[in-house]
Design a binder for this molecule. Structure first.
Ligand code: ZN
Length: 164
């Protein structure tokens, strides 16, 4: 939990605010909401199992991703890619990240920001100054900083350096 405490300190946010974000990130989407979405969209055959059936599925799967074991942002995936086939054998729990990786859309690296964050904080500590983007990129072992550029700028401000 040490790195979480450090994060709270750097961002200067209260424990309740952080807890609120965690509670929201780790709570499953309420079955009635899943049901509403599926009923609304033709992709899902404008049909859906009952809230009870969705809830049972979540409970049986212990609210975690069958692929990577993550408890974060759990979704219900259709195994045979027929999103209108809601038979129990065709439904499986996947986290948002694994679910997206499975679809044809480009896979987003959801650990990207975390890698950049960890590298930045650790480099700042060991170097005694704010690291260069190049150093962060190497240390985080990412291809590019990309959309995390503003995360780095944000950390720079939060770590007490003048606005970049
Ligand atoms: Zn997963």
């Amino acid at each position: 939990m040490k790195s979480i405490e450090e994060f709270l300190k750097i961002l200067n946010i209260s424990e309740d605010e952080a807890l609120d974000a965690l509670v929201s990130a780790f709570s499953p989407t309420p079955p009635p909401t899943v049901r509403q979405n599926w009923n609304r969209l033709s992709t899902f055959g404008n049909s859906s199992p009952s809230s009870e059936e969705i809830w049972d599925l979540l409970c049986e799967g212990d609210f975690k991703c069958t692929k990577c074991g993550s408890h974060r942002r759990i979704t219900i995936d259709h195994i045979n890619s027929d999103a209108s086939d809601h038979s129990k054998e065709n439904l499986v729990l996947l986290c948002y990240s694994c679910n997206r990786g499975r679809s044809k859309r480009a896979t987003v690296d959801f650990n990207h920001a975390l890698k950049i964050y960890k590298a930045t904080v650790s480099l700042e500590k060991s170097l005694g100054r704010f690291p260069e983007l190049k150093e962060i990129k190497e240390s985080a072992e990412v291809g590019q900083i990309g959309s995390a550029t503003y995360l780095v700028k944000f950390l720079k401000v939060k770590l007490g350096y003048k606005n970049a």
